[in-house]
Design a protein around this ligand. Structure first.
Ligand code: FAD
Ligand code: DLZ
Ligand code: SF4
Length: 510
């Protein structure tokens, strides 16, 4: 008789090709999926994220069942639900008496550490397989990183382009003649640019039931459940991506860094929740965008800009995460200890850029990259918010948030807590940057062109105050030399005014 394997599928492993299923025996094996409080509450995830993931898990279980696999699905309100993945595995081993447990490695270090104890807890061998859904394996990343003093996206990205052949010519050169069209990704949005409509999925009965469940079980978590328009099946996610390619991708490159009042998505794809939980495959997505470029449907700055995010940044931050965890989460290079401002949970602030980004985050569990980096991230950096607090905020508030992608983006990019492991300088900016890339300042009570004074934009004085405060750590950075020279030309009165106003402002927070 064939030996039975119990195959565990986690909430972010909703891919038919996942390594834990490749050799599944339809007749003998059992697939276990479990909604558990521990995963839903290790941080107080946005309610929309929980509803999205539970609904996607339930739909995926139905899809596996339709393919003939026996699926044992433990819902969160099952009376015997034991509350954690480990405890659910123990129960499932009793039910199914498998010869072994097969699972694909966890995306988060927290759960990977727990997995190491599953064999002892369950009493059966546990086979942990590599997650092959990424372009770059841990081994290849480690080899690439070995001996490098600094890890730079651009070097990694070029190696990835060569390794995959994506956007490469037959004779090994980058398509279009350049590796990187970053300088063509920064157009501000003129008033005449029409923003495409976002792709919304009408929730089905199953999703409605999950929304009601989440409303009941997670009343105190952050965020709005409604409106709910996320895709929860692979086919819906593919339709969402097809919509993006048709209506937004051609302009993705031009307006990648732009922000606009009451327009949360603009020309972005909104596919990170689907990529990160497995409903979309990064390889397939990049190949389709490459095909759009080769067929002349989209310009090179759009195709390259988009592929760079997935083949480059997404893979790169995952590599950095696994190379440096668990110590990575403890980094605090700038000795930042301020609490997270209370308005990060409410959006209740007169600073319009922050209000816009936080209110849309609460409503949609979404903000695009520049909003995350240059508005909420930049402000936390300027205020010296403790890295752990701001990191947890990001892990809570976005539907696409998982520690492997949050921590490098927040600790490494947004708040420079790792001291420049991969960012060559802090992404600190005053209001001028936000004015250039958005129309937020036109709707704000503060004067973005003033650095001190009652109406002055807080980003302006906080920016200079940040540089003064961190002079010892940052003045030696070659990329900040000009900025420090500019600061040194300020007279003592101006410096004192900046210091005084910043300290009053920081003391008034919370
Ligand atoms: P698009 O702008 O359409 O980009 C396409 C895809 O590229 C994204 O879906 C994503 O998969 C990938 N991508 C782009 N930039 C990055 C990046 N820096 N790191 C990893 N992948 C990237 N991304 C997450 O997936 N989850 C997070 O929790 C997350 N937190 C972030 C926190 C901060 C402070 C910052 C600065 C960035 C964060 N990012 C995160 C990266 C990026 O902001 C999001 O991937 C993107 O905004 C998701 O929206 P989109 O799908 O419309 O992306
Ligand atoms: C994010 C999440 C949530 C909210 N709930 C579950 C769950 O109930 N069951 C599950 O298997 N996975 C869930 N997830 C995703 C996991 O947190 C994710 O698989 C790990 O963080 C990856 O290491
Ligand atoms: Fe933000 Fe300052 Fe512009 Fe107001 S003026 S929206 S606070 S950058």
């Amino acid at each position: 008789m064939t030996e039975r394997s119990l195959r565990l599928i986690l909430g972010d492993q909703l891919s038919l090709g996942i390594s834990s299923l490749v050799d599944a025996d339809v007749a003998a094996d059992v697939v276990l999926m479990a909604e558990v409080m521990q995963e839903a509450t290790y941080v107080r995830h946005h309610r929309k994220k929980i509803a999205f993931l539970f609904s996607a898990m339930r739909h995926f279980a139905a899809e596996l069942g339709g393919a003939g696999l026996k699926v044992d699905y433990v819902a969160i309100d099952h009376p015997d639900n034991a509350g954690s993945l480990r405890a659910e595995l123990v129960r499932a081993v009793h039910r199914h008496r498998p010869a072994r447990l097969v699972v694909t490695e966890a995306g988060e270090h927290r759960l990977a550490r727990d997995m190491a104890q599953w064999r002892a807890a369950c009493g059966v061998p546990v086979e942990i397989r590599e997650d092959t859904r990424f372009f770059c394996s841990h081994a290849i990343f480690d080899q690439w990183a070995k001996g490098r003093r600094q890890l730079r996206l651009e070097h990694f990205y070029r190696a990835q382009r060569v390794a995959t052949g994506l956007l490469m010519t037959a004779d090994g050169r980058p398509a279009g003649g350049r590796w990187n069209y970053d300088s063509e990704n920064r157009r501000g949005l003129g008033r005449d640019v029409a923003v495409p409509p976002p792709f919304l999925v009408e929730p089905d009965a199953l999703t409605h039931a999950v929304i009601a469940l989440v409303d009941r079980r997670f009343p105190d978590h952050f965020g709005d459940l409604l409106p709910f328009g996320l895709a929860v099946t692979r086919m819906q996610a593919e339709a969402a991506f097809a919509h993006f390619r048709r209506v937004a991708l051609p302009c993705f490159g031009d307006y990648q860094d732009a922000m606009k009042q009451d327009e949360p998505v603009l020309f972005h794809s909104l596919i990170a929740p689907y990529l990160n939980c497995g409903l979309l495959d990064p390889r397939a997505v990049c190949l389709m965008v490459e095909a759009d470029y080769r067929a002349g449907r989209v310009p090179i700055n759009a195709a390259e800009g988009f592929i760079r995010q997935i083949l480059g940044w997404r893979e790169f931050v995952r590599g950095v995460y696994w190379l440096h965890m668990p110590r990575y989460g403890e980094r605090n290079h700038l000795d930042a200890y301020a609490p997270l401002p209370q308005f990060y949970w409410t959006g209740d602030t007169p600073m319009n850029c922050l209000k816009q980004c936080i209110v849309q985050t609460r409503r949609h569990a979404y903000a695009h990259h520049i909003q995350r980096l240059m508005v909420t991230g930049n402000f936390a950096l300027l205020c010296g918010v403790a890295p752990r607090e701001i990191n947890e905020w990001y892990l809570i508030v976005y539907a696409d948030a998982y520690d492997w992608v949050v921590s490098p983006n927040v600790l490494g990019m947004a708040v420079f807590a790792d001291g420049g492991l991969f960012a060559s300088k802090p992404y600190a900016a005053g209001g001028k940057y936000i004015k250039r890339m958005s129309d937020y300042c036109r709707h704000c009570q503060f004067d973005v062109d003033s650095t001190v004074g009652e109406d002055a934009c807080p980003f302006n004085y906080l920016y200079w105050h940040f540089l003064m405060r961190n002079r010892d750590r940052l003045a030696g950075n070659a990329r900040l030399k000009l900025i420090y020279s500019a600061l040194d030309r300020f007279g003592p009165d101006r410096r004192e005014a900046i210091r005084g106003q910043s300290e009053r402002f920081l003391n008034s927070l919370n």
